[in-house]
Design a protein around this ligand. Structure first.
Ligand code: UTP
Length: 227
Protein backbone atom coordinates (compact mmCIF):
# COMPACT_ATOMS: atom_id res chain seq x y z
CA UNK A 1 0.00 0.00 0.00
CA UNK A 2 1.25 3.50 -0.90
CA UNK A 3 2.30 5.67 2.04
CA UNK A 4 1.28 9.32 2.28
CA UNK A 5 2.47 11.84 4.88
CA UNK A 6 0.04 14.67 5.67
CA UNK A 7 1.43 17.81 7.31
CA UNK A 8 -1.68 19.19 8.97
CA UNK A 9 -1.14 22.80 10.04
CA UNK A 10 -2.43 23.91 13.42
CA UNK A 11 -4.01 26.82 11.54
CA UNK A 12 -6.21 24.22 9.80
CA UNK A 13 -6.99 22.05 12.83
CA UNK A 14 -7.73 24.61 15.54
CA UNK A 15 -8.14 28.16 14.17
CA UNK A 16 -11.22 28.63 16.40
CA UNK A 17 -13.68 28.39 13.49
CA UNK A 18 -16.21 25.58 13.97
CA UNK A 19 -13.28 23.30 14.79
CA UNK A 20 -15.30 20.40 16.26
CA UNK A 21 -17.36 20.05 13.09
CA UNK A 22 -14.25 20.23 10.90
CA UNK A 23 -12.47 17.63 13.05
CA UNK A 24 -15.41 15.23 12.74
CA UNK A 25 -15.46 15.64 8.93
CA UNK A 26 -11.69 15.33 8.74
CA UNK A 27 -11.73 12.15 10.83
CA UNK A 28 -14.30 10.63 8.45
CA UNK A 29 -12.17 11.61 5.44
CA UNK A 30 -9.02 10.10 6.98
CA UNK A 31 -10.77 6.85 7.88
CA UNK A 32 -12.12 6.63 4.36
CA UNK A 33 -8.89 7.42 2.49
CA UNK A 34 -6.93 5.07 4.79
CA UNK A 35 -8.64 2.18 2.97
CA UNK A 36 -6.55 3.13 -0.09
CA UNK A 37 -3.29 4.55 1.30
CA UNK A 38 -1.40 4.24 4.59
CA UNK A 39 -1.59 7.60 6.33
CA UNK A 40 1.03 9.30 8.48
CA UNK A 41 -0.40 12.52 9.93
CA UNK A 42 1.84 15.20 11.46
CA UNK A 43 -0.05 17.89 13.37
CA UNK A 44 1.15 21.50 13.75
CA UNK A 45 0.80 23.68 16.83
CA UNK A 46 -1.20 26.61 15.42
CA UNK A 47 -2.36 29.41 17.66
CA UNK A 48 -1.89 27.34 20.82
CA UNK A 49 1.83 27.09 20.01
CA UNK A 50 1.98 30.75 19.04
CA UNK A 51 0.38 31.86 22.30
CA UNK A 52 2.92 30.03 24.48
CA UNK A 53 5.86 30.99 22.27
CA UNK A 54 4.96 34.69 22.19
CA UNK A 55 4.15 34.88 25.90
CA UNK A 56 7.36 33.02 26.76
CA UNK A 57 9.43 35.21 24.47
CA UNK A 58 8.06 38.36 26.13
CA UNK A 59 9.28 36.85 29.42
CA UNK A 60 12.79 36.38 27.98
CA UNK A 61 12.58 32.56 28.01
CA UNK A 62 15.30 30.96 25.78
CA UNK A 63 14.36 29.96 22.20
CA UNK A 64 15.02 26.28 22.88
CA UNK A 65 12.43 26.24 25.66
CA UNK A 66 9.98 28.10 23.41
CA UNK A 67 10.45 25.38 20.79
CA UNK A 68 9.64 22.82 23.50
CA UNK A 69 6.40 24.72 24.24
CA UNK A 70 5.65 24.55 20.50
CA UNK A 71 6.30 20.79 20.44
CA UNK A 72 3.96 20.29 23.41
CA UNK A 73 1.22 22.17 21.49
CA UNK A 74 1.73 20.01 18.37
CA UNK A 75 1.32 16.90 20.54
CA UNK A 76 -1.82 18.27 22.17
CA UNK A 77 -3.31 18.77 18.70
CA UNK A 78 -2.17 15.26 17.76
CA UNK A 79 -4.08 13.86 20.74
CA UNK A 80 -7.19 15.82 19.77
CA UNK A 81 -7.11 14.39 16.25
CA UNK A 82 -6.31 10.88 17.52
CA UNK A 83 -9.27 11.00 19.91
CA UNK A 84 -11.52 12.25 17.07
CA UNK A 85 -10.51 9.15 15.11
CA UNK A 86 -11.84 6.94 17.92
CA UNK A 87 -9.39 4.08 17.84
CA UNK A 88 -8.45 4.23 14.14
CA UNK A 89 -5.03 5.74 15.01
CA UNK A 90 -2.48 5.59 17.85
CA UNK A 91 -3.72 7.53 20.90
CA UNK A 92 -0.34 8.87 22.00
CA UNK A 93 1.58 10.70 19.25
CA UNK A 94 4.74 8.98 17.99
CA UNK A 95 7.83 10.93 19.08
CA UNK A 96 10.40 9.43 16.68
CA UNK A 97 10.39 8.41 13.00
CA UNK A 98 11.27 4.84 13.94
CA UNK A 99 8.28 4.65 16.28
CA UNK A 100 5.98 6.08 13.60
CA UNK A 101 7.28 3.57 11.04
CA UNK A 102 6.74 0.72 13.48
CA UNK A 103 3.18 1.83 14.27
CA UNK A 104 2.56 2.01 10.51
CA UNK A 105 3.13 -1.73 10.21
CA UNK A 106 -0.04 -2.50 12.12
CA UNK A 107 -2.14 0.67 11.78
CA UNK A 108 -3.67 2.36 8.76
CA UNK A 109 -3.35 5.81 10.38
CA UNK A 110 -0.34 6.95 12.41
CA UNK A 111 -0.27 10.31 14.19
CA UNK A 112 2.71 12.30 15.39
CA UNK A 113 3.53 15.86 16.43
CA UNK A 114 6.90 17.59 16.74
CA UNK A 115 10.19 15.88 17.60
CA UNK A 116 13.07 18.14 18.68
CA UNK A 117 13.72 21.90 18.99
CA UNK A 118 14.99 23.81 15.96
CA UNK A 119 12.44 23.13 13.25
CA UNK A 120 8.71 22.87 12.47
CA UNK A 121 6.32 20.01 11.78
CA UNK A 122 6.83 20.56 8.02
CA UNK A 123 10.39 19.42 8.60
CA UNK A 124 9.14 16.48 10.68
CA UNK A 125 6.86 15.56 7.75
CA UNK A 126 9.71 15.72 5.24
CA UNK A 127 12.01 13.56 7.37
CA UNK A 128 9.21 11.10 8.14
CA UNK A 129 8.40 10.81 4.42
CA UNK A 130 12.04 9.99 3.77
CA UNK A 131 12.11 7.46 6.62
CA UNK A 132 8.99 5.52 5.57
CA UNK A 133 9.62 6.02 1.81
CA UNK A 134 6.33 7.84 1.30
CA UNK A 135 4.99 8.34 -2.22
CA UNK A 136 4.17 12.00 -1.46
CA UNK A 137 3.54 14.63 1.19
CA UNK A 138 0.36 16.65 1.42
CA UNK A 139 0.76 20.00 3.16
CA UNK A 140 -2.70 20.95 4.46
CA UNK A 141 -2.36 24.62 5.25
CA UNK A 142 -4.35 27.86 5.56
CA UNK A 143 -3.76 29.02 1.96
CA UNK A 144 -4.81 27.13 -1.16
CA UNK A 145 -1.33 26.69 -2.61
CA UNK A 146 2.03 28.29 -3.25
CA UNK A 147 1.79 31.91 -4.40
CA UNK A 148 4.23 34.27 -6.08
CA UNK A 149 4.04 36.40 -2.87
CA UNK A 150 2.12 36.26 0.44
CA UNK A 151 -1.55 36.42 -0.71
CA UNK A 152 -2.60 37.85 2.67
CA UNK A 153 -0.34 40.89 2.14
CA UNK A 154 -0.01 41.22 -1.63
CA UNK A 155 -3.25 41.51 -3.65
CA UNK A 156 -1.45 40.80 -6.95
CA UNK A 157 -0.03 37.47 -5.71
CA UNK A 158 -0.73 34.59 -8.14
CA UNK A 159 -1.36 30.92 -7.30
CA UNK A 160 1.24 28.63 -8.90
CA UNK A 161 -0.39 25.30 -9.90
CA UNK A 162 3.01 23.66 -10.53
CA UNK A 163 6.34 24.42 -8.88
CA UNK A 164 9.74 22.72 -9.19
CA UNK A 165 11.67 21.61 -6.09
CA UNK A 166 14.22 24.36 -6.75
CA UNK A 167 11.50 27.02 -6.94
CA UNK A 168 10.01 25.76 -3.65
CA UNK A 169 13.39 26.13 -1.95
CA UNK A 170 13.72 29.66 -3.33
CA UNK A 171 10.17 30.67 -2.33
CA UNK A 172 10.52 29.23 1.19
CA UNK A 173 13.37 31.60 2.01
CA UNK A 174 16.07 31.08 4.59
CA UNK A 175 16.59 28.46 7.31
CA UNK A 176 14.59 28.13 10.58
CA UNK A 177 15.51 31.32 12.44
CA UNK A 178 13.30 31.43 15.56
CA UNK A 179 10.28 29.67 17.06
CA UNK A 180 7.00 30.11 15.17
CA UNK A 181 7.90 31.51 11.72
CA UNK A 182 5.10 31.87 9.19
CA UNK A 183 6.33 30.73 5.77
CA UNK A 184 4.66 28.65 3.06
CA UNK A 185 6.74 25.54 3.81
CA UNK A 186 9.64 25.28 6.26
CA UNK A 187 12.78 26.12 4.21
CA UNK A 188 14.79 23.27 5.73
CA UNK A 189 11.93 20.87 4.94
CA UNK A 190 11.85 22.19 1.36
CA UNK A 191 15.55 21.30 1.02
CA UNK A 192 14.92 17.76 2.32
CA UNK A 193 12.21 17.26 -0.32
CA UNK A 194 14.38 18.71 -3.08
CA UNK A 195 17.25 16.39 -2.16
CA UNK A 196 15.07 13.27 -2.03
CA UNK A 197 12.71 14.34 -4.86
CA UNK A 198 9.62 13.61 -2.72
CA UNK A 199 6.55 15.17 -4.42
CA UNK A 200 4.55 17.67 -2.36
CA UNK A 201 0.93 18.77 -2.72
CA UNK A 202 -0.03 22.07 -1.07
CA UNK A 203 -3.76 22.42 -0.38
CA UNK A 204 -6.09 24.50 1.78
CA UNK A 205 -6.72 22.00 4.56
CA UNK A 206 -10.32 23.04 5.14
CA UNK A 207 -11.13 22.31 1.49
CA UNK A 208 -11.95 18.64 2.03
CA UNK A 209 -12.33 17.88 -1.69
CA UNK A 210 -8.83 19.18 -2.40
CA UNK A 211 -7.43 17.35 0.63
CA UNK A 212 -9.04 14.04 -0.32
CA UNK A 213 -7.86 14.22 -3.95
CA UNK A 214 -4.32 15.20 -2.96
CA UNK A 215 -4.10 12.31 -0.47
CA UNK A 216 -5.28 9.83 -3.11
CA UNK A 217 -2.91 11.19 -5.77
CA UNK A 218 -5.72 12.55 -7.95
CA UNK A 219 -5.90 16.04 -9.56
CA UNK A 220 -6.62 18.71 -6.90
CA UNK A 221 -6.99 22.45 -6.43
CA UNK A 222 -3.66 23.70 -5.08
CA UNK A 223 0.03 23.48 -5.94
CA UNK A 224 1.89 20.38 -7.07
CA UNK A 225 5.60 20.48 -6.28
CA UNK A 226 7.74 17.98 -8.15
CA UNK A 227 10.04 17.34 -11.11
P1 UTP B 1 4.52 24.16 13.79
O1 UTP B 1 5.04 23.07 12.97
O2 UTP B 1 3.08 24.24 14.06
O3 UTP B 1 5.10 25.49 13.19
O4 UTP B 1 5.29 24.16 15.18
P2 UTP B 1 4.48 26.70 12.42
O5 UTP B 1 5.15 26.82 11.10
O6 UTP B 1 4.53 27.86 13.33
O7 UTP B 1 2.98 26.23 12.25
P3 UTP B 1 1.73 26.34 11.29
O8 UTP B 1 2.04 25.50 10.08
O9 UTP B 1 1.52 27.79 11.01
O10 UTP B 1 0.64 25.72 12.14
C1 UTP B 1 5.12 25.21 16.11
C2 UTP B 1 6.44 25.54 16.74
O11 UTP B 1 6.86 24.44 17.59
C3 UTP B 1 8.27 24.29 17.53
C4 UTP B 1 8.79 25.43 16.66
O12 UTP B 1 9.05 26.53 17.53
C5 UTP B 1 7.61 25.73 15.76
O13 UTP B 1 7.64 27.01 15.22
N1 UTP B 1 8.62 22.92 17.01
C6 UTP B 1 7.69 22.16 16.36
C7 UTP B 1 9.90 22.42 17.20
O14 UTP B 1 10.77 23.09 17.77
N2 UTP B 1 10.19 21.14 16.76
C8 UTP B 1 9.29 20.36 16.12
O15 UTP B 1 9.61 19.20 15.75
C9 UTP B 1 8.00 20.89 15.92
Amino acid sequence: MEKVVVSLGGSVLVPGDDDARYLAELAALLRDTSRHVRLFIVTGGGRTARYYIETGRALGIPERTLDEFGIAATRLNARLLAASLRGAANREPATTYAEAAMLGRRRRIVIMGGTRPGHTTDRVSASLARHVKAARIVNATSVDGVYTADPKKESRARLLPRVSFEELVRLSGERHAAAGPNVVFDPVAARVLARDRIPLAVVQGRDLDALRSAILGEPFHGTRVGD
